[in-house]
Design a binder for this molecule. Structure first.
Ligand code: ADP
Ligand code: MG
Length: 305
């Protein structure tokens, strides 16, 4: 079973003092798979992936990466892993290309080779024209692309991305998605965290939804949507619960009230749609269920942090 597992986590936990940031989770990431961690702020996503790239020591549990125990083989693991941390942590005193070349020293890459790879990666991430500039002059999107280029300098077999596109505009986000898909086609295994459900649906073969240090559910995005949100969603604004729900009696659905909206979730929305239409002056939005529905149903609508 584990022969194809690039990452195998068995009951791993991390305590920071009295805070249990990761609480006994188990998961596997298979070769060439893109695996996503979703979850509200503070869920434990960054801590979980930090353990995988040997940045955060485990409190308990067993974690193997490429068949190697993170407790004993951090050097070997770090050599074949690329990381895009949540914060860019570029060196502000260095130029764009120097940031890559200096970083490559961690991997004992000869300077000539490092420069060749740096140019190639800057090209790949569409920032080569800016290679001589100070990183502080770059936009947020360019800095993020540079951090991605840096993560690739050691030609990693496993790429770990902590919120790769948070705060970026749609153009920058889509470019990053394209590049990640290219890397995946080339055989790179990936783990990412994201707050963008569309990102998870676009990139991830499987996702884990985390909250309070635990994995609540795991699976392919489509299966999770089918299982936890159904197929059809009706959003009904500014209506009394009774006025709507009584009309749907006898049908199979679940409902939820949040603020000014009643949500109706169903596997077969046709009859529900017909009955809602028969209610006068009802403001209804009918759409397909998506991963955001799953996320909110599992982790709730309460604000975090
Ligand atoms: N270095 C740290 N020291 C103390 N507490 C931490 C540290 N890193 C994370 N935490 C706490 O662990 C929990 C999980 O954090 P984190 O893994 O960053 O979650 P996420 O990435 O899902 O937002 C939070 O309560 C956070 O405050
Ligand atoms: Mg985080």
């Amino acid at each position: 079973m584990t022969s194809q597992a690039v990452v195998a986590a068995n009951g791993i936990s991390k305590n920071f003092g009295s805070i249990r940031a990761v609480d006994g989770i188990s998961f596997q990431v298979m070769l060439r798979e893109c695996y996503g961690f979703l979850g509200p702020n503070g869920a434990g996503k960054t801590t979980a992936i930090g353990m995988v790239y040997c940045h955060t020591p485990l409190t308990s549990g067993v974690l193997n990466v490429f068949g190697l125990d993170v407790r004993e083989h951090s050097r070997e693991i770090k050599a074949v892993v690329g990381v895009t941390p949540q914060d860019n942590n570029l060196d502000p005193d260095l130029s764009v290309i120097e940031n890559l070349v200096v970083y490559s020293r961690y991997f004992d890459i000869p300077k000539k080779e490092a420069e060749r790879r740096a140019r190639e990666l800057l090209e790949f991430m569409s920032i080569d024209e800016r290679r001589k500039e100070q990183v502080t002059k770059l936009s947020g999107g360019m800095q993020r692309r540079l951090v991605m280029a840096r993560a690739l300098i050691n030609e990693p077999r496993l790429l770990i991305l902590d919120e790769p596109t948070t705060g970026l505009d749609p153009q920058a986000r889509h470019l990053i998605w394209q590049r990640l898909r290219e890397l995946k086609r080339k055989g790179v295994t990936m783990i990412l965290t994201t707050h963008y459900m569309e990102e998870a649906e676009q990139l991830c073969d499987r996702v884990a939804v985390m909250d309070s240090g635990k994995i609540l559910v795991e699976g392919p995005p489509r299966e999770l949507v089918e299982r936890y949100a159904g197929r059809d969603v009706f959003e009904i604004r500014r209506a009394e619960d009774n006025r709507v729900l009584l009309r749907l009696e006898g049908l199979e659905f679940s409902s939820e009230r949040a603020g000014d909206t009643i949500y109706i979730f169903s596997r077969d929305g046709e009859e529900i749609g017909r009955r809602l239409l028969s209610i006068r002056e009802l403001e209804v939005l009918h759409r397909r269920a998506n991963l955001e529905d799953v996320f909110l149903r599992l982790t709730g609508r309460e604000l975090r942090d």
